[in-house]
Design a protein around this ligand. Sequence first.
Ligand code: AOF
Ligand code: ZN
Length: 351
Amino acid sequence: MSDELYMKRCLELAEMGSGQVSPNPLVGCVIVSGGKIIGEGYHQKYGQAHAEVNAIRSVTDQFGDKAAGLLKNAVAYVSLEPCSHFGKTPPCADLLIKHQLKKVVIGNRDPFPDVNGKGIEKLKNAGIEVVSGIMEKECSYLNRRFFTRIAQQRPYIILKWARTANGFFAPKNSVQQWISGPLAKKLVHKWRTEEDAILVGKQTAIADNPALSAREWPGKNPVRILIDRNLVVSADSQLYNNDAKTIIFNEQKTSVEENIHFIEMEDMQYYLPQKIAYQLYLMDIQSVIIEGGANILNQFISAGLWDEARVFNSSASWDTGIHSPQLNGKITSISEIDKDQLTIYENYNNQ
Ligand code: AOF
Ligand code: ZN
């Protein structure tokens, strides 16, 4: 098999950690000996073993006494540079050196400041052959949330809304009868489990009273974020229930009341998207899905602060009085969901 095929397997494994490892990257690893995969592993959960540790363990579990001999002279494929630092776990580079692997094939270099080339250096200094940059583009795309956070000091930002056939923004109340069929609803809930946070403005919170949870899909609820400068959203709103951690950016107070975290921010009328993005970065929030309203979406679009947009297009025309936000991103996919069309735009430029 070629390097690309083994790396493809690393990507498949890495993806299995989706929604579980943030703010760490998704990483997969396979160990190859005599042209065969003898072990596999991936980073399964934040704070737990790295991909290489799990892959090596799968070899020792499977081959017992023979494992040491097999590992010596084996090739490790790993989608991200093995780490060189003591974080929550010891350095993976040391582990590969200890087991005397012959060669390590890497997808991306790890931009995390504690690593950033030092893992590769360690391996080379120990006499291990290192090849990097295999399927670099695909590996970088898989970890677009991680790379965006480190390179741009902000979360990966996904926008989501629905628009009518005649170009109007469709708020949830009108959408429910026209757009959100059962599949679309499930899909939106799945998306929520995949991101660290979900954000709405006060107009959406008042008009729709959303719970912003992922009830219709197994997985975790994202942190809920509400932008409410003057705290006008009623404390009886669903967003104020304690079902998930909720952050309310406002100009009035900073305090914590059970799961509700009020965070005061000055002059929210200026540079709001930039300020919010930086605050979320400081909170280790690696990705956010912004679900409206049109005003908030337009502000992030004008600031150029978005990486992906998922837009439901209704086949029905009606005038909601609010124009749909306009995008200049490349369309990467169009699919049918229920009776409507889902268009995905991308603006990710980290590669
Ligand atoms: C690897 N293999 O599977 C992952 C790596 O706090 P820790 O110990 O979990 O370390 C987190 C950092 O380690 C993270 O920011 C990234 O640079 C790297 N992640 N490295 O060798 C893995 N998940
Ligand atoms: Zn590691």
